[in-house]
Ligand binder design. Structure first.
Ligand SMILES: Cc1ncc(COP(=O)(O)O)c(C=O)c1O
Length: 383
C-alpha cells in the first residue's frame, strides 16, 4: 500500500544543507581543522564566552521543558527593540519564523511572492502548505520590488523579502522598502527577513522596526545564528503587531526554543563587544574571502553587498561616501567592496576587473583560469 501524501508534498525537493565538516573530512580523507565551511554563513568566531557561560548555567534545569512563552528572552527583546512582548514570536532559528508565517497564512488556493535568487527556504515554506509560488525575476541578482508589487495576485497572502539577501548579497535601502510597504495591500503580509542585519555597515543600517506600528501586515524576522554566533542552538525571532503574532503562535510548536538556547540568546543580546568583533571580522573577510576563493579557482555566488541607490542625488552622495570608504562603483549604481570589484571600470584606479557575472542570466559568478571573475552556470543555493 502506498502512503497517501499530498502531491505538493511529494513535489518538494528536500533542502540541501552544507555538509558537516566531520562528514566532508571522512569522505575526502581531509584534516577537519583544514576545512573552512562557507555554505551556511556561520560566525567564524563561534559562540561568545558570555553565551557559553549562560548555556552551562541553564544545563542544571534541563530535566524540565523550556518556558514555552520565552518570558525572559521576550522581555530582553522587548527592551532592545521597544516593542511589547505580545509582538514577539520566538523561533527555532529564524527559519522557524518564515515557516510559521507560511503555515499561519498560506493554504492551497493561496499564493506567496518572492524573488528569484532569494533565500531557498521561501520556496520550501510555500510549497509545504500547498500554496502557489509566484517567483519574480531578479533585477541585477536582487529583488525587483516594483515587479514584486505588480506580481501580487488576488490570492496572494504573503511576500518574502531578504535584506540583505542570501545567496546574492543584494541590499535594499530603507526608502525602497518603505515605498513597497506603502504600496502593498493591507491584507498581504510582508516578511522582511533581516538575518544579516547586524553585519551591515553603519551607513547602510536603518531601523525597520519603526514600520511595525504603521503596518499590521509586517513581520520582521531576525536571528541569533549569524552575527551572534549561535547557529547550532537554533534561535531566532519575529516582530509583528499582536494580531499577526497571535496567528503565528497558533501554529508554533509549544516548546520550539530550548531552555539552553533562550539563556544563550539573552546573554548574546547583551554582549555588545562580541557583536562588534563579529561585525569587524566580517568586514575584513568580505573582500578578502572573495579574492582568495577566486584565486583557488572555485565557483561561487557573489560575495559582496550590492547597493541599489534610490534617488539620483542620494545615490551620488552615497557613492562619493562609498568611494571614500574604499568601495568601487559598478554600472547600475550598485556598490561592491573594492576587494571584490576586480577590474574593468576600476582598472584606472589600479583595481582588477569587475565581476562580469553581475549580469549573468543564471546569476552566478565564477573565477576563470586567469583568476578573474566571470559569469558561470548556476550553483546550488547556500543555506
Ligand atoms: C536570508 C536568511 N534568512 C534566514 C536564515 C535562517 O537562519 P536561521 O534559521 O539559522 O535563523 C538564513 C540562513 O542561512 C538566511 O540566509
Amino acid at each position: 500500500m502506498s502512503i497517501q501524501a499530498p502531491e505538493y508534498v511529494r513535489r518538494i525537493a528536500p533542502y540541501q544543507a552544507g555538509k558537516p565538516i566531520s562528514e566532508l573530512a571522512r569522505e575526502y580523507g581531509l584534516q577537519p581543522e583544514r576545512i573552512v565551511k562557507l555554505a551556511s554563513n556561520e560566525n567564524p568566531l563561534g559562540i561568545a564566552p558570555s553565551a557559553r557561560e549562560a548555556m552551562i548555567g541553564a544545563i542544571a534545569d534541563l530535566g524540565r521543558y523550556p518556558d514555552s512563552n520565552g518570558f525572559e528572552l521576550k522581555a530582553a527583546l522587548s527592551r532592545r527593540y521597544a516593542v511589547p512582548p505580545e509582538w514577539i514570536t520566538l523561533g527555532n532559528g529564524s527559519n522557524d519564523i518564515l515557516e510559521l508565517a507560511a503555515h499561519a497564512l498560506l493554504q492551497p488556493g493561496a499564493s506567496a511572492v518572492y524573488s528569484q535568487y532569494s533565500f531557498a527556504v521561501y520556496a520550501l515554506a510555500t510549497q509545504e502548505t500547498g500554496a502557489r509560488a509566484i517567483v519574480v525575476p531578479a533585477r541585477e541578482l536582487g529583488h525587483d520590488l516594483d515587479a514584486m508589487r505588480a506580481a501580487i495576485a488576488a490570492d496572494t497572502r504573503l511576500v518574502f523579502i531578504a535584506n540583505p539577501n542570501n545567496p546574492t548579497g543584494t541590499f535594499l535601502p530603507a526608502d525602497a522598502i518603505a515605498a513597497f510597504l506603502a504600496a502593498v495591500p493591507r491584507d498581504v503580509v510582508v516578511v522582511l527577513d533581516e538575518a544579516y542585519n547586524e553585519y551591515l555597515e553603519p551607513s547602510l543600517r536603518f531601523d525597520s522596526t519603526r514600520w511595525l506600528r504603521d503596518h499590521p501586515n509586517l513581520v520582521i524576522s531576525r536571528t541569533f545564528s549569524k552575527a551572534y554566533g549561535l547557529a547550532g542552538l537554533r534561535v531566532g525571532f519575529g516582530l509583528a503587531q499582536a494580531e499577526l503574532t497571535d496567528l503565528m503562535n497558533r501554529v508554533r510548536q509549544p516548546f520550539n526554543v530550548s531552555a539552553v538556547a533562550q539563556a544563550a540568546a539573552i546573554a548574546a543580546l547583551d554582549d555588545a563587544d562580541f557583536l562588534q568583533r563579529s561585525y569587524e571580522l566580517n568586514r575584513q573577510g568580505t573582500g578578502a574571502a572573495a579574492v582568495r576563493v577566486c584565486a583557488d579557482g572555485l565557483r561561487v555566488r557573489a560575495l559582496a553587498w550590492q547597493l541599489r541607490a534610490g534617488a539620483r542625488r542620494r545615490r551620488r552622495r552615497r557613492l562619493r561616501g562609498a568611494a571614500a570608504r574604499g568601495h568601487h562603483r559598478a554600472s547600475g549604481g550598485q556598490l561592491w567592496p573594492a576587494a571584490v570589484a576586480a577590474g574593468d571600470g576600476g582598472a584606472a584606479r589600479g583595481e582588477r576587473s569587475l565581476p562580469r557575472g553581475v549580469r549573468a542570466r543564471d546569476g552566478t559568478l565564477r573565477c576563470n583560469r586567469h583568476r578573474r571573475w566571470s559569469s558561470g552556470s548556476r550553483s546550488s543555493a547556500s543555506d
